[in-house]
Design a protein around this ligand. Structure first.
Ligand code: GAR
Length: 200
């Protein structure tokens, strides 16, 4: 069976990367092959997860680099492995229009809210949950979407709703959204996108 060659881009703890690794091991991603993990920070724990899973890990540091040099560093790695599918799994940099246009319907992102709510510039990581709690929403969730030139604006692939409960802090809500939504829909969307790429 052929598989889509996939790179996962990360910046932090990498629990979404772990969900992808676990899904692959459980046989739930028959059309996905993880070729590399690329981190925008040298201290990203996601790199340790990649190493434990036997996936080559690379650092292309964002800090101290121009956007252009940063993206060229990533592109070099993607081209080296002839990557077909890019998964942004807790990747905290916004990619330029030039970059995303090279990979139409080939870049996925997981976002910790029900887009279009709480998305776009400034809405990342815990800030998203802080904003949801400040607004008083009773339901939030996660979205996996294709990445285009509009931040968090690409076509939605999957979404899953999660209840907000009395007493939630941003940290508690973040964890619930990960457990009940992100870690489930990101692997599902990866398999859907990979199958689509292979059928093209
Ligand atoms: C996740 O909640 C992810 O949805 C979010 O950051 C967290 C990363 O956790 N991503 C964004 O906010 C992107 N705009 P992880 O490193 O444990 O997967």
């Amino acid at each position: 069976m052929s598989k889509a060659r996939c790179a996962v881009l990360v910046s932090g703890g990498g629990t979404n990367l772990q969900a992808l690794i676990d899904a692959e091991r459980a046989g739930k991603l028959p059309h996905v092959e993880f070729k590399s993990v690329i981190a925008s920070r040298p201290d990203a724990y996601a790199l340790t997860r990649a190493e434990k899973a036997g996936i080559p890990g690379y650092v292309v540091a964002r800090k101290g680099m121009t956007q252009e040099a940063f993206e060229q560093g990533i592109l070099n790695l993607l081209e080296k492995d002839d990557i077909q599918l890019i998964i942004l799994a807790g990747f905290m940099s916004i990619l330029s229009e030039d970059f995303v246009k090279r990979y139409p319907r080939r870049i996925l992102n997981v976002h910790p809210a029900l887009l279009p709510a709480f998305g776009g510039k400034g809405y990342y990581g815990l800030h998203v949950h802080e904003a949801a709690l400040a607004r008083g929403v009773k339901v939030t969730g996660a979205t996996v979407h294709y990445v285009n030139e509009i931040a968090d604006g690409g076509e939605i692939i999957l979404q899953k709703a999660v209840d907000v409960l009395p007493g939630d802090t941003p940290e508690i809500l973040q964890r619930r959204v990960m457990e009940q939504a992100e870690w489930i829909i990101l692997p599902q969307a990866a398999e859907l996108a990979a199958r689509e790429i292979l059928e093209r």
